[in-house]
Design a binder for this molecule. Sequence first.
Ligand SMILES: [Zn+2]
Ligand SMILES: [Zn+2]
Length: 351
Amino acid sequence: MTARNGAGSGGNPPEPAPFVIHPHEALVEIATLLERERSSRYKSKAFRAAADAIAGLADEQLRDAASLRRRKGIGDSTFAVIQEALEGSVPSYLADLRERAGVEVASALRSALRGDLHSHSDWSDGLTSLSLMASAGRALGHEYLALTDHSPRLRVANGLSPERLRAQRDLVAAESGGGFTLLWGIEVDILDDGALDQEPDLLDELDIVVASAHSKLRMERAPMTRRLVEAVSNRRVDVLGHVTGRLVQGSRGTRPQSTFDAKAVFAACAATGVAVEINSRPERQDPPDDLLLLALELGCLFSIDSDAHAPGQLSLIDHGAERAERLGVPAERIVTTWSLERLREWTGRER
Ligand SMILES: [Zn+2]
Ligand SMILES: [Zn+2]
């Protein structure tokens, strides 16, 4: 019960304050901003759970504080956020996050992006359902988003067996419509010898294949070069993911880039039409500027991807767009500025 309601002096109760932001929207926006700044996934999860807990409740139900507090999924912080929103203000938790998010990077290139070819759901190591990822992609204005969960060998990330990957197919298809398409894809591990960690026939059926190395990143230069060249020469591969594997900041610490003959690898990408990923995650910023410029010089295509592991991380492509623009990558060379139709011509290309 708010003070406002308690102040009634007979007659009609005063009108509740109009929302500046609805409590449900406030909880979802907080989760989204927490994800974007890549704070603990448990925090974001708690706000998403609270948003689910109040989804569809009528205003009177929301204003019944005692029963709201007892509802499963509502804790102290989420309860406080709901109360502040009900009182007609922007919850302070949200206001702080908005301030921390700071001025958004607005690059001309960002507005030319139509989609994203690298994202994860809770089928592997993502935070939420593929359905929530799809709605977030749609809300961002994307024409397409590729769901690319991990492959079997990446057990720590709950990589998908062929059976589980096949089971995604209809669920992914069901998310498309109204000008948005969820593409069925994979982030397939590049094995030590350059082979891909999934059944070839299954890779053929997918809309998008991103190939990335996640293990033995310290391999010697010659075998690492052979490994990457072998992978991008595989006609099933569309995008070479986070090519150097480096980590430049963040909770996982830092990791140096892999050593390989970048000229040979990018020349192979250019020859086979494989796009070099510009991975937008601030802790990756992969490839580094000098290698990105080399790939540009060698005629490679690029894909600006979020590698989002939560809905709020899809907007990280702002960073990738900013880098690409700063380094002078023409929009035309970035496959994620293309229409879905043109993208499909490219993935179906002869190689
Ligand atoms: Zn990866
Ligand atoms: Zn990934």
